[in-house]
Design a protein around this ligand. Sequence first.
Ligand code: HEC
Length: 149
Amino acid sequence: MAEQHSSKSIMWAVIIAAAVLIAIIFPFTVKHTGSAADSANSSDESDVRIQPVAKFELAKVEAPAVSSGPKDGLTVFNSVCAACHATGAAGSPKAGDKAAWAPRIAQGKDVLYKSALGGKNAMPARGGAANLSDDEIKGAVDHLLGLVK
Ligand code: HEC
């Protein structure tokens, strides 16, 4: 009886040890050989699962307002307009530079909105972010004007 019992325990110990070994080794063999059709499928699948995330991140950098709700002026400014207006690049009036903005402000807010929406000289329409709504662009203009009040 005792003998039978212990041989049963050994059998289970061996089965469990084998299962553990397989569980540990199997992923490595799959990765190294790439032979199992399943592993090819699953790596294809993981590529597919990774890609949309990567694409989304890229899209987010280029066009911040694609996927979520309306952006506020500060967000639009930081992600789009700051490329030029933070430094005054391309001859743009620098954010916060009262002297640069005074003659612009004198034109009236509607002219500024129109320039930001439709572009002006070196500034592309909507700062190049064609996907942004009118309100988002106007919010960014308001943010710029708020900096030089
Ligand atoms: C590619 C660079 C660039 C980007 C990006 C850019 N601007 Fe400009 N912006 C300019 C330049 C250059 C001017 C000056 C245009 C001129 O008067 O010749 C300007 C002028 C302006 C003016 C004054 C327009 C006027 O009629 O005097 C406003 C307002 C303005 N930008 C808002 C924005 C907003 C809001 C954004 C973001 C949505 C933005 N800009 C993004 C380059 C840029």
